[in-house]
Design a protein around this ligand. Structure first.
Ligand code: CO
Length: 272
């Protein structure tokens, strides 16, 4: 478990913020008819224009700038010629390396007017991320974060919590210790310390929790074909309240201005 100094956390904030700015830029252009490959190209251009590298590109052979996961694709969707259409939900996950430090976060957008149960899934998944973040304080354990997310999504709302993929530590590497599952038990796992930076990322299915990985070795889909949502923040563990390094408010601002996007998820005031 690598703890970061205050100076290092400020560098990581710049990396996380570059991802937020990229997602905000994408929020201005999202519309029905746009292909996910067009989105990926814009992401590559924007990140490079800001003097950073794309951390997913080439990671274990991953072949694109970003992961773009539509509807029943949970995560690690390949950008392709699919054209977004009214009612789709699309999770966009971006990783950058700026001055040697990683930023890695994700946001799920709703195109046009999704079904009510899908809107609710997006809302609850986003809220569950903040339920987890509330527990990311020194002295708690990883399991406190995990339990909070599972309790809210699975127990309270009856959704499926993906087991195969988890959140993680973040720093000069994309994946550092500890793993941060979205399911678990209170007071279980490693103790959280000040200066630990985590990527917390609930992946929540409208239906059952089971997923399949496609032939391409990456694309993860729900087994039952129902939609899945994904939100991810980079946070630094502190004494009384976690410090969220990424910034959803700039994404939400563009989401609200774009008439082709449905704002399925409200801003979470206590963390803005
Ligand atoms: Co991540």
């Amino acid at each position: 478990m690598i703890l970061k100094t205050n100076e290092q956390v400020e560098l990581m904030r710049q990396s996380a913020l570059l991802v937020s700015k990229t997602l905000a830029e994408i929020a201005t252009i999202l519309k029905p008819g746009m292909t996910t490959l067009e989105i990926d190209n814009r992401i590559g251009q924007f990140v490079r224009d800001h003097h950073a590298d794309l951390s997913f590109l080439g990671y274990r052979g991953y072949p694109f700038n970003s992961c773009i996961s539509v509807n029943d694709v949970v995560v690690h969707g390949f950008p392709n010629k699919y054209e977004l259409k009214d009612g789709d939900i699309v999770s966009i996950d971006i990783g950058v390396i700026l001055n040697g430090w990683h930023g890695d976060h994700a946001y799920t957008f709703a195109i046009g007017e999704p079904e009510d149960d899908v809107k609710q899934l997006v809302r609850v998944t986003k809220a569950s991320l903040y339920k987890g973040i509330e527990k990311a304080v020194a002295g708690n354990r990883v399991g406190d974060i995990s339990f909070a997310i599972q309790d809210y999504t699975e127990k309270k709302h009856g959704y499926g919590v993906v087991r195969e993929l988890v959140g993680h530590g973040l720093g000069q590497n994309l994946h550092e210790d500890p793993q941060v599952p979205n399911y678990g038990r209170r007071n279980d796992g490693k103790k959280l310390k000040e200066g630990l930076v985590l990527a917390i990322e609930p992946m929540i299915n409208l239906g059952r929790k089971e997923v399949l990985t496609e032939e391409d070795g990456w694309t993860v889909r729900t087994k039952d074909g129902k939609p899945s949502a994904h939100f991810e923040h980079d946070v630094c563990v502190r004494k009384d309240k976690a410090d969220i390094l990424s910034d959803y408010s700039i994404i939400e601002k563009e989401e609200e201005r774009n008439p082709d996007l449905f704002v399925a998820s409200a801003a979470i005031e206590s963390y803005s």
